[in-house]
Write a protein that binds this ligand. Sequence first.
Ligand code: COA
Length: 157
Amino acid sequence: MHDMLVRLFRLPASTGKQQLAEQGITIRRCQPYELHLLQSWVGKNFSPKWVSEATVAMSHRPPGCYIATQEKTIIGFVCYDATARGYVGPMGVQESARGKGVGQALLLEALQEMLAIGYGYAIIGGVGPAEFYRKAVGATDIEDSSPGIYSDILPEK
Ligand SMILES: CC(C)(COP(=O)(O)OP(=O)(O)OC[C@H]1O[C@@H](n2cnc3c(N)ncnc32)[C@H](O)[C@@H]1OP(=O)(O)O)[C@@H](O)C(=O)NCCC(=O)NCCS
């Protein structure tokens, strides 16, 4: 599990958000009053560690999580500045909603905000699906980045 680098100054202009809106999918910031809904959705679909990271990212002003919603339900999320500043993630899309561009749109939305608030690059820490990040945002591998900041992690009991 290595880290990847995203050049924020070379992001595509469009996030694909408009095309998703035509299918009834909204990409938007998660609001503080929705934190409990985000936590329970991330816990159900992913892991307790991602609940913790999303909770930290949500404590920024403005909150550092974007969600995808359909029929008033969360179907995906992405965070930035969670475990470390300058990092994007965790992120995930509900299994039944994958392959439609939701992950890419969420990621681009968060990265565009990172560029707007002053970052030049973003790091994806401890990458799983490297090919997704390469395709979606032109991310490149960071040499000698494993283990990165995610080391000596306490196991779930
Ligand atoms: C990774 C993930 C967020 C992708 O979400 P998604 O909504 O299915 O992705 P998109 O539909 O936006 O895909 C964008 C492109 O990446 C490709 N892609 C998506 N997931 C991929 C994967 N796991 N491996 C390789 N390519 C992938 C798609 O085919 C698409 O390419 P195309 O434009 O040529 O069709 C989703 O699969 C997921 O939640 N996985 C489990 C959690 C996870 O691994 N999170 C990342 C932790 S580092």
